[in-house]
Design a protein around this ligand. Structure first.
Ligand code: GAL
Length: 415
């Protein structure tokens, strides 16, 4: 009798967990060492809550391939529960009617008061949350191997002039000065760092957010292209097409001295067991000290019909902004938590600098959205910028002045 009761109780428990447990299928492009480690934290927490996790990973930094696959899935009426969608793209998916309203979770969890304004603005479509931010990445970083600098007799550069002076010494000493992966989004990552240094945050904003044609085609933009092109003299011949993380490894291994890349690169240094301040240095990209180019990773949530899966979606939305998750995830990812009310005691100096600069620039200016990461403008304009910048960088005999007017024309026709 007792045995029978136990079995019945067990079956009841199982059937209720079957009813409650749902599945989340999550599309992302986090496949490098540091990234995979970070996303597995989210998977683990979802499974702890009884939900199952269906991984939908599409490799490719910057997410271009992931977005192509997502479009096919969504158009055929079979979207995942959530997808890594950022910036202006969230509005575009919202407009198409694909995204679900997360307002009830947002209200219960007080998202409006714990998140910075740049995040809440981006996550809402027509006033309702349809996406959840995971982190804040700073993009304008220079990653440095101090050993290589020392062997070359170079010092850590803080301006573009100092950068080129250091790069000459490093080259003469037989190292690769700048580790660069020649994929379009990485070309634009380098370009936007140079643009911020040459233009300053106000003109950067005018050019890439307000799409001011005079600034886009102006004299300072020509200078941006001049300085950007100079970078080519300091990269290795195998750069074309290389992934960002293999490129970071060149700095980790001491083959190259520096890389200009967002702080997902720190996730690679961390995964390789490297210590900031000792094995590697993080400093602002040359000429951008006290400025902050932001990239906010986020998941947008799709409309689903299955009730259990809808509940699992809510669990996922809530978990992403849970303080424990924010801590572990961002420690692995190299970014800083997107919640402003976090205890930062476990974070390293790079993250502390990032948080301090993020908070200061939010108040006093100097906080600008990343073009390469889709935070500054629509995907159409972004595509136009990507083409002009990357073609210029790889051209045999590029003309900076012509490039600036080409940029203005391309942006205008994509607006
Ligand atoms: C970005 C993404 C980052 C990082 C990077 C390289 O688009 O926002 O989180 O993972 O790609 O894959």
């Amino acid at each position: 009798m007792k045995m029978k009761q136990t079995v019945t109780a067990l079956m009841l428990a199982l059937s209720s967990s079957v009813v409650l447990a749902g599945e989340v299928e999550v599309l992302h492009w986090w496949t490098s060492g540091g990234e995979a480690k970070s996303v597995s934290v989210l998977k683990g927490l979802m499974e702890e809550q009884g939900n199952s996790w269906k991984d939908f990973a599409i490799a490719g930094g910057g997410g271009e391939s992931a977005m192509t696959v997502l479009k096919t899935r969504a158009v055929s009426g079979n979207p995942p529960s959530a997808a890594q969608i950022k910036g202006h793209d969230i509005q575009e998916w919202g407009k198409l009617g694909f995204l679900t309203d997360l307002s009830d979770v947002a209200r219960a969890e007080n998202w409006d008061s714990v998140l910075p304004e740049v995040a809440t603005q981006t996550m809402k479509y027509e006033g309702d949350y349809v996406a959840v931010p995971v982190n804040v990445h700073r993009v304008n970083w220079l990653w440095v191997n101090p050993e290589v600098l020392k062997k070359s007799g170079a010092k850590v550069p803080t301006t573009l002039d100092e950068f080129f002076a250091a790069a000459d010494k490093i080259k003469a000493a037989g190292f690769i000065p700048l580790a660069h992966g020649g994929q379009t989004w990485q070309d634009v990552t380098l370009f936007e760092a140079v643009a911020l240094a040459v233009l300053g945050p106000e003109d950067y904003q005018k050019a890439f957010v307000d799409l001011d044609i005079d600034v886009l085609s102006g004299r300072k933009m020509t200078e941006v292209f001049v300085q950007f092109r100079r970078m080519r003299d300091y990269i290795d011949p195998n750069s074309r097409g290389r992934d960002w993380y293999s490129t970071t490894s060149m700095v980790i291994d001491g083959e190259a001295a520096m890389q200009i890349m967002g702080d997902w690169a720190k996730g690679e240094f961390a995964a390789a067991g490297k210590v900031p301040g000792k094995d590697y240095l993080c400093v602002a990209a040359p000429g951008t000290h006290g400025q902050f180019t932001y990239n906010i990773d986020s998941f947008a949530f799709f409309k689903l019909s299955d009730e259990a899966n809808r509940q699992a979606q809510k669990d996922l939305a809530k978990t992403i902004l849970d303080k424990d998750f924010q801590e572990i995830f961002n420690l692995n990812k190299g970014s800083i938590p997107v919640r402003l009310d976090m205890d930062m005691s476990k974070f390293d100096q790079c993250a502390l600098d990032s948080m301090a600069t993020f908070k200061a620039t939010s108040k006093s200016g100097g906080l600008v959205p990343s073009v390469s990461q889709g935070l500054a403008t629509t995907s159409y304009v972004q595509g136009a910028i990507f083409d002009v910048v990357s073609n210029f960088f790889h051209a045999k005999s590029p003309d900076p002045e012509k490039a600036a007017s080409k940029l203005a024309r391309a942006v205008k026709s994509a607006m």
